[in-house]
Write a protein that binds this ligand. Structure first.
Ligand code: ADP
Length: 889
């Protein structure tokens, strides 16, 4: 608590005061609800809906609706919401984050806002972190909602589109963040409206919201298809990467050293910087790679692929660790979420890293994939009209929730005071000493009969502790977040007398650990952390598994100076502290100052990680605006909207553009470059060569535009007339639009990705790379839109009617025109066109038409049509004369 908070109370205190009166009203309704028969209670739902229809708001209904759910839960589940649970429910209804400790009954909390908001009929999604929880909660809490006459659905991984659609159409739907996000992306790749499964994104309540919006924010959802590229290079680079010699770490080890401006000297073939998660070749390494591949210069653009793959191979071999970052199961590399230890099936590292790891692990290297659609959770969840979240640990990330998601965090008091004892960290010099101490603690606690839960960050550590315990003959269970359902059952029993459980962060998360009487007397569940996590939040989660609902309990973290966290931040200082204190081998120290130093290290990393996520968000925002625009057009097309107006507008825009590109405003008809104009228009709109007749010699540019637009539209009208039923062409328009948009958009995703990487790599002097990215991205998007326009019109202008046009065959109609040349973007003019009144490129200061262009324009004056080439040549000749252009001098 800072000074201001001490004086005025925290943000949460303030907000809780505003909420309390509403809670009081709900509680006051209890006798009235209790007096109702089941039938009367159920009849509340249609009454509420009617009142909504008559203009009352959800806020008006809130006290009665919550009181209704409270009473229903009591009758159906035997649980009546505690007052603090009602507070939580109100916070969720208000679109905020409710921080409620583990065991406070968040599952039940969500029933009130879910019910209330479902009354509006737009659908409420309750988002969980795994299928098991979605299913469990839908069944468990579904009873209350069904009792009150609402429909409840659940979406699970293996479900078909039809099943999904049905589930999403329920009043309340339980679904995981992954399924929901992927369904959104798939919906936006649909070709027919009937394929859509989601409704509008109206209101969602995200369970374990920190896990979804913070921990997973860095891994975007990606739907990809395969490209035809070979995978050989990955294997070759992997072999080479293993032969290279790793350079001295100490040279670049400390961030502090870098800040202090210490010189970095390179040794070996490559240097690995774990903190920033980069691996780079040294000069010597570059040389070895060049020799190996028999190339002159690795930095040459033509070797970009080798360079990229080499880099990936280094990262795969020296920065990605098996059983920590990923696991290998059934010949597949599966990503492990760094924060939660959860395996993320179906997700792949992007940009070739996954392939590089496959090469490293000698499993089949899958073909490189092309991204067809992608979105970050950040942008996805921001699409909801209203969103709310709940979790045991959100406060440490309050700033991020506020800045990126527009949600504030309200800390809800616990139902009963927490009496768990959190001990100071026990710090050791080496990992070995630390693990021995952990095991000793487990053995002693177990001998007393007190249950222990050992929390680890990696599967590796879990196994290590497990082996050590086996040697000591201590029976125990190990959970790795591999089998959610089974592990939930095991973890539920972690609080019984004598139980010893080892679990990674995510294993069995969200499951209630109940104490038996004996354990309660012995001090409750003891939590032993084997390492501090980068994020304090994850540590708090582990602690929070003990001491639920006023239970006794204790917790302690074990740390060594060799731990990653310590190594990366400040272990040198701590080591000297150790030495100063004269701590002998094997002895632990516990000191406030140590704990504070560790917390500071965590804070630093948290800030760093937040920076990375915020950066990702800012960059993705650029893509997001574009995605919105594209998806909006798609949606109109899918909805069967008549696209004729859009097509006509595209046609006229193409004509206008072409005229503007080939004719300057101040040119008279005699100077018009009709050849150029023809070359721009005719491949797209087959108007027939544009020529001026005798009586058109004093036409103005605008008139020409108008005339051509009219002709082009007439041509399209003639096309329309070819169709026996105009609706057939309308359908063709929609299909062509969708196809062209999708193809261009998918290429654009790649282009933007490359742009982004390029910008990350290049130093932009004083310029902000994000601004550069935005500007260039915007321009690329516009280019993409104009090529969508050109391709769509080109295809439609060349569509031919065949007999019996059915929906399936319409695809063939367009298919015939969809050959390579038709789909390829038009070659853009590299050299700027030169206009008569431009300054002459020779640098004389005269106008081009009066200087090097004079000869050509004289020919025009004699009534000849100048060719574009002739003008170009004159311009080039002029440029060659310009001393400023001469490099050989
Ligand atoms: P959380 O997700 O907040 O950790 P859970 O939703 O798993 O908590 O609930 C913890 C336990 O408390 C569950 O066993 C649940 O049945 C119980 N519980 C929750 N609310 C109540 C209540 N109002 N009355 C009685 N038991 C409750």
């Amino acid at each position: 608590m800072n000074f201001v908070e001490k004086l005025f109370g925290t943000h949460s205190d303030h907000e809780l005061k505003l909420i309390q009166p509403i809670v009081d009203r709900i509680l006051a309704l209890q006798p009235q609800m209790r007096a109702m028969s089941d039938e009367e209670l159920k009849a509340q739902t249609p009454k509420f809906k009617e009142r909504l229809a008559n203009g009352e708001t959800l806020d008006d209904l809130l006290p009665e609706a919550f009181a209704t759910v409270r009473e229903a839960a009591k009758r159906v589940l035997g649980m009546e919401h505690y007052p603090v649970q009602l507070i939580g429910g109100i916070v969720l209804h208000q679109g905020r984050i409710a921080e409620m400790k583990t065991g406070e009954g968040k599952t039940l909390v969500s029933t009130c806002p879910a019910y209330l908001n479902a009354l509006a009929g737009k659908g409420v999604y309750i988002v969980t972190v795994n299928d098991y929880l979605a299913k469990r909660d839908a069944e468990w809490m579904g009873e209350v909602h069904r009792f009150l006459g609402l429909t409840v659905g659940v979406v699970l991984n293996q479900m078909t589109p039809d099943e999904r659609r049905a589930a999403y159409n329920c009043d309340i739907t339980y679904v995981t963040n992954n399924e929901l996000g992927f369904d959104y992306l798939r919906d936006n790749m649909a070709i027919y409206k009937e394929q859509l499964v989601l409704r509008n994104l109206d209101y969602c309540i995200i369970d374990e919201v920190d896990s979804v919006l913070i921990d997973e924010a860095r891994t975007p959802l990606i739907i990809s298809g395969q490209s035809g590229k070979s995978t050989k290079l990955y294997e070759v680079c992997d072999v080479l990467a293993r032969q290279l010699v790793r350079g001295e770490e100490s040279a670049e080890f400390s961030k502090m050293a870098a800040i202090m401006g210490e010189e970095i000297t390179e040794t070996g073939d490559f240097i690995v910087n774990e903190k920033d998660k980069v691996a780079n070749l040294t000069e010597q390494g570059v040389h070895k790679v060049e020799q190996f591949f028999k190339i002159k210069n690795l930095a040459d653009p033509e070797n970009i692929e080798i360079e990229h793959n080499m880099n990936l191979a280094l990262r795969a071999n020296y920065l990605m660790f098996r059983d920590k970052d990923y696991v290998v199961k059934d010949n597949e590399v599966l990503i492990v979420d760094e924060f939660t230890g959860r395996i993320m099936p179906g997700r792949r590292y992007s940009d070739g890293l996954h392939q590089a790891i496959e090469a490293k692990e000698h499993v089949q290297v899958r073909r490189e994939s092309k991204t067809l659609a992608t979105i970050t959770f950040q942008n996805f969840f921001n699409k909801f009209a209203k969103k709310a979240g709940m979790t045991g640990t959100a406060q440490t990330e309050e700033k991020e929730f506020r800045n990126i998601y527009g949600m504030d965090v309200i800390v809800i008091p616990t139902n009963k005071p927490v009496i768990r004892v959190d001990h100071e960290d026990a710090v050791y010099k080496t990992k070995k000493e630390k693990f021995e101490a952990v095991v000793e603690d487990v053995v002693e606690t177990h001998e007393k009969g007190q249950p222990v839960l050992v929390g680890t960050i990696t599967i590796e550590t879990s196994e290590l502790i497990s082996n050590m315990l086996k040697k000591r003959g201590i029976p125990h269970k190990v959970l790795n977040a591999k089998y959610h359902e089974l592990e939930a059952e095991i973890v539920a029993d972690a609080g019984v007398h004598g139980a010893v459980t080892i679990a990674t962060n995510m294993a069995g998360r969200g499951t209630d650990i109940k104490l038996d009487e004996e354990s309660r007397k012995l001090g409750g569940l003891k939590i032993i952390g084997t390492e501090r996590h980068e994020s304090r939040r994850i540590d708090n989660q582990l602690r929070g598994r003990s001491g639920r609902q006023g239970d006794p309990g204790e917790s302690r973290f074990y740390i060594s100076l060799e731990d990653d966290l310590m190594r990366l931040f400040g272990s040198e200082r701590l080591m000297s502290m150790f030495n100063a204190m004269g701590v002998p081998e094997g002895e632990r120290i516990q000191h406030k100052m140590l704990s504070r130093a560790i917390e500071n290290a965590q804070k630093k990393i948290e800030e760093n990680n937040y920076g990375i996520r915020e950066n990702l968000f800012r960059y993705d925002e650029v893509m997001n605006d574009q995605r919105e625009a594209i998806y909006a057009i798609r949606r109109r097309v899918l909805n069967g909207e008549n696209m004729r107006d859009m097509v006509i507008r595209m046609i006229t825009e193409i004509v206008e553009n072409a005229v503007d590109m080939s004719i300057a405003d101040d040119q008279g008809p005699a100077e018009w470059d009709l050849a150029e104009l023809n070359s721009l228009v005719l491949p797209i709109i087959p108007l027939g060569a544009i020529q001026l007749t005798e009586d058109q010699q004093d036409m103005r540019k605008e008139e020409l535009k108008h005339l051509l637009k009219e002709k082009a539209v007439k041509l399209y009208e003639a096309k329309e007339a070819e169709f026996p039923q105009i609706e057939q062409l309308r359908e063709v328009e929609r299909v062509v639009l969708l196809r062209v948009i999708d193809a261009k958009w998918m290429d654009h995703i790649d282009d933007m990705d490359q742009l982004r990487q390029g910008i990350g790599l290049q130093a932009y002097g004083q310029r902000d790379p994000l601004v550069e990215y935005k500007m260039t991205g915007y321009q690329m998007f516009n280019d993409m839109l104009s090529s969508v326009r050109e391709d769509t019109v080109r295809v439609l202008m060349h569509v031919r009617v065949e007999q019996k046009v059915e929906r399936e065959q319409q695809a063939t109609i367009t298919g015939t025109n969809r050959d390579e040349s038709a789909m390829r973007a038009p070659v853009r003019r590299k050299v700027r066109k030169i206009y008569p009144n431009d300054p002459c490129p020779c640098g004389s200061g005269k106008k081009f038409k009066q200087c090097h262009g004079k000869m050509v324009y004289d020919l025009i004056a004699q009534g000849q049509q100048p060719t574009r080439e002739a003008l170009q040549k004159a311009a080039e000749a002029a440029a060659a004369q310009n001393p400023a252009n001469r490099q050989d001098a």
